[in-house]
Design a protein around this ligand. Structure first.
Ligand code: IPE
Length: 257
């Protein structure tokens, strides 16, 4: 059974969420170097940050959109940050290949109706690194929806598990040391048992976002935990946190299991 680690670089770390269309190229480059040190099989996802989210706030997308040209822009912006990330990964010598999620998934009221992940599977088998990203997904009821990078990773994880791949862990790289409580202290471990109590005390950032929020992130991760896949939330601003997490060393984050 091939072991795979799934990594998401959050939009909050690869872009400046306060400034529209600003990619943090030097951070992306450092994270690429940290990824490169790993000898594991990796599937990478990234978020959209101030690219897709800026246009999605204007034109919608999560449950339909306000204009055809608007949704075309959201899709273009999501692809634009992917182009920047891909450029850096390849310059750093990582054999990364991009998969456009809107071409792999069709949904109805947000639920997957059809998907095609076989080429991702093939790319992993060949030892390259598939890259997906938060994207507009075409939806038969709502016209469109938006899947975040981690939602796509979760769907891929479920598919690959059925194909006997060993999915150990999902690492989500953000701009905090994991999930904070109301005193801004990291909650080291969250489980399905402890969550109902902790939920009331988690700290949420106040940024505009169509997919986001920490609560949503934790609840999606808890669903994966039910399948035996743990999620580790770490801070990408801290040097070497990602390489440590990939090597299973101690990090200052939250483990959801
Ligand atoms: C959002 O993706 C995609 C679009 C808005 C098109 P994510 O939800 O993964 O992005 P971040 O990580 O929150 O920025």
């Amino acid at each position: 059974m091939k072991e795979i680690i799934l990594v998401k670089l959050g939009g909050s770390i690869i872009t400046d969420k306060k400034i529209a269309y600003l990619a943090r190229k030097s951070i992306i480059r450092r994270l690429a170097k940290e990824l490169k040190q790993s000898k594991q099989n990796i599937i990478l996802a990234h978020g959209s940050g101030s690219f897709g989210h800026t246009s999605a706030v204007k034109f919608g997308g999560k449950k339909g959109y306000i204009s055809k040209i608007g949704i075309a822009r959201v899709a273009r912006d999501a692809m634009e940050i992917n182009r920047i990330v891909m450029g850096i990964l390849i310059t750093e010598g990582i054999p990364a290949v991009s998969f456009r999620p809107m071409g792999m998934i069709l949904t109805s009221a947000g639920k997957i109706e059809d998907s095609f992940f076989k080429s991702v599977e093939e790319v992993i088998k060949q030892g390259l690194i598939p890259v997906v990203y938060g994207d507009v997904i075409w939806d038969k009821k709502w016209k469109s929806t938006i899947y975040s990078g981690e939602t796509i990773l979760n769907k891929l994880a479920m598919y690959l598990r059925k194909k006997n791949f060993n999915i150990k862990r999902i690492i989500q790289v953000g701009q905090t040391n994991g999930v904070y409580d109301d005193r801004k202290k990291t909650i080291p471990i969250i489980t399905n048992k402890t969550w109902p109590n902790l939920k009331k005390f988690i700290f949420e950032l106040k940024t505009k976002d169509v997919t986001g929020g920490m609560q949503h992130k934790v609840e999606d991760a808890l669903k994966m935990a039910n399948l035996g896949i743990e999620t580790l939330l770490i801070n990408g601003k801290t040097k070497n946190e990602l390489s440590k997490a990939l090597l299973n060393k101690k990090v200052k984050g939250t483990l959801i299991k």
